[in-house]
Design a protein around this ligand. Structure first.
Ligand code: XCC
Ligand code: SF4
Length: 635
């Protein structure tokens, strides 16, 4: 194979802290994700185009101009569609399993079987209960039990009725459109197919069933199942995660945090929490801050304990507790390379298995905690909700005990960190707006806010780190388009200083005026990836307010540096909810012109949203602005 040319450090990331550590890694010979990407390049074309099938052992089959079917006779359209649906299903499974864990915990707390957690936000509990039609005039434990049971039923019920959460939260016109499409696509008697999810787990199972050898071969039928599964994520699993986490840990409030590797402290015991579920990270933060643990840290010669976040669990604890965040996806190895991290504690999702080997080069303890996520080279301390305090203590103590082994000569912490205003739950946004959506809607109608762009998703070493996130964001606000978002985008924007109030100066004149009046930055941190549900419900609330459908609103989405299967699910549920979504890098579908046209064109008539792919961030904003202008005309 051709050897690809190595990238220069400036081409790998725009983040100066990242560049600094990459320089160090290259001098000292530490391997990172960029090196491994280089070894894997050029990538297999069949995989890139979605044209490889290994769903049975007559294969694996690859489609070429000469060999146009797999052994079973499956053509490119079927293979590409099946592959993408499997990706969506995996993403739905990940987000929704997260939601399930929260629902189970809420039930245990409600039944007072778990005393290590409490129902923290009773106001939110009542708001969620009211939405779901649960009687709120009772003891909070009884209300919480009912809410948890409704959530759990959405994972397990066997009838064909829509998910209760989706039916209770989705805007009216959108629900009608989904129901209508259900009839349009299939005959009245064929009620078991369509776009409305029935049960979160079932949509994952259904997706796996129909993509296995010899089942569904029609690309439209397959993609509609992908859509249905994705809706079970956005208006199901992710929404359940967000809402119930708010109940257990508090609805985010506006606060200022610090972001980037500079939050790692030279004099403290540094614990990086990486992964996704606040059930773990909230506890570690809580226990690390107890006087007992801080005292123990001092006995070991440190000034104290410094807990910092990474990736989405970092977003969860910064939104609710103001915990600083050390970085996004591509920072995970770099944090260890600072030489000052006593422990990197992980649960599930987006965790590179490479951390095991790398941690061994330092005194860093790589602590895995989930029974479903174990790693070569990790120290496994199983997290158990029912003994959360005890296990969290053990984790924090392990970190403290690693401190004396820190090798001062290896410590290199970049000084870069930036301030960011975060914590914009919908509840906080409403509060800023004075209790009603009216000022926001008026600003949109008047054109002071031309439109809203939601940016989500990961980093990807194939793409210059943070460059797309940051360039897109700056260009959008310059054109009076408000930017909201989650996940690793949010951390990129925070690190780049775009979430400071001062960023108002980078916004167009009209958007600046609105942000000044509300005293908010024009770039809004809405949380972790499951909190994309906050953006969905915000879009839904605006739609209902205007008695319109989400697809009528000047909204666009983007996942400009996406990596994970979860991002495919997110993109799909936004499209299915009526929002046009930009993607870069291109998804692995180009092997089927049929699937490409379904997802980029035909789906628009069915659901209002559609995907588009563009590499250049400025051209992307041109397209987004044109979409927004078109929608504005029709408003
Ligand atoms: Fe993972 Fe959620 Fe992607 Fe970041 S943005 S790489 S999914 S941590 Ni969700
Ligand atoms: Fe090949 Fe068909 Fe088996 Fe896929 S399902 S591996 S295309 S024979």
């Amino acid at each position: 194979m051709k050897k690809v040319k190595e990238k220069k450090i400036e081409e790998m990331s725009i983040d100066p802290a990242v560049q600094e550590i990459l320089q160090l890694a290259s001098e000292k010979g530490y391997e990172t994700v960029w090196d491994r990407l280089n070894s894997q390049s050029p990538h297999c074309k069949f995989g890139l185009n979605g044209l490889c099938c290994k769903n049975c052992i007559m294969g694996p089959c690859r489609i070429t101009p000469k060999t146009t079917t797999g052994v079973c006779g499956a053509e490119a359209d079927t293979i590409v569609a099946r592959n993408i649906v499997r990706g969506i299903a995996a993403g739905v499974a990940a987000h929704s399993d997260h939601g399930r864990a929260v629902a189970i915990l809420l039930k245990e707390v409600a039944c007072q079987e778990n005393k290590d957690y409490t129902i923290f936000d009773t106001e939110k509990l009542k708001a969620v209960a009211t939405k779901l039609g649960v009687d709120t005039d009772r003891d909070i434990h009884e209300i919480a039990k009912d809410v948890a049971e409704i959530a759990l039923k959405d994972f397990g019920k066997q009838d064909d009725k829509p998910l209760k959460f989706l039916a209770s939260y989705a805007p009216k016109k959108r629900l009608e459109r989904w129901l209508d499409l259900e009839k349009k696509l299939y005959s009245e008697t064929d009620k078991k197919t369509g776009v409305i999810p029935r049960n979160i787990d079932r949509e994952v199972a259904d997706s796996m069933h129909r993509t296995t050898m010899g089942v569904d071969h029609d690309p439209l039928s397959l993609l509609i199942q992908g859509v249905r599964a994705s809706l079970a994520d956005g208006w199901g699993g992710s929404l359940i995660a967000t809402e119930l986490q708010d109940i257990l840990f508090g609805t985010p409030r506006i606060r200022t945090i610090m972001a980037n590797l500079g939050v790692i402290s030279p004099d403290h015991i540094n614990i990086v929490i990486h992964g996704h579920e606040p059930i773990l990270s909230e506890k570690v933060v809580e226990i690390a801050n107890t006087p007992d643990m801080q005292k123990l840290a001092q006995e070991y010669g440190a000034k104290g304990i410094n807990v910092v976040g990474m990736c989405c669990t970092g977003n969860e604890i910064l939104m609710r507790q103001g915990v600083p965040v050390a970085g996004n996806e591509l920072h995970q190895e770099l944090a260890i390379l600072t030489g000052a991290v006593e422990a990197i504690v992980v649960d599930v999702q987006c965790i590179y298995p490479a951390l095991g080997k790398l941690a061994k080069c330092f005194h860093t303890k790589f602590i895995s905690t989930s029974d479903r996520a174990k790693f070569p080279g990790s120290l496994h301390i199983q997290f158990e909700e029912e003994h959360a305090n005890e296990v969290a203590k053990k984790i924090v103590k392990t970190a403290i005990e690693a401190f004396p082994k820190r090798d001062k000569r290896k410590v290199h912490i970049p000084s870069f960190k930036s301030e960011a205003v975060v914590g914009f739950s919908n509840e906080q946004l409403l509060k800023i707006l004075g209790g009603s959506l009216k000022p926001l809607v008026d600003a949109i109608l008047a054109g002071d806010i031309k439109g809203i762009a939601g940016i989500v998703g990961c980093n990807n070493p194939k793409v210059k780190h943070d460059y797309y996130h940051v360039t897109l964001t700056k260009e959008l606000i310059k054109r009076d388009i408000l930017v909201i978002g989650t996940g690793c985008w949010a951390i990129a924007a925070a690190k780049a200083g775009l979430m400071r109030i001062e960023t108002q100066e980078l916004a167009g004149e009209r958007l600046r005026k609105v942000c000044k009046a509300l005293n908010i930055p024009p770039v809004i941190h809405m949380g972790s990836c499951v909190d994309c549900s906050r953006m969905l419900t915000l879009a839904g609330a605006i739609a209902d307010y205007l008695e319109a459908d989400i697809s009528d609103l000047p909204l666009v989405g983007s996942a400009p540096e996406w990596t994970t299967e979860k991002a495919v699910s997110i993109g799909t549920y936004f499209v299915a909810s009526g929002v046009p979504v930009h993607l870069w890098p291109a998804p692995p579908i180009s092997g089927s012109p049929k699937v490409v046209s379904l997802l980029t064109q035909e789906i628009k008539n069915l659901l209002g949203g559609y995907f588009f792919v563009e590499e250049d961030p400025i051209k992307t904003v041109d397209i987004m602005e044109a979409i927004i202008q078109e929608k504005r005309k029709a408003l």
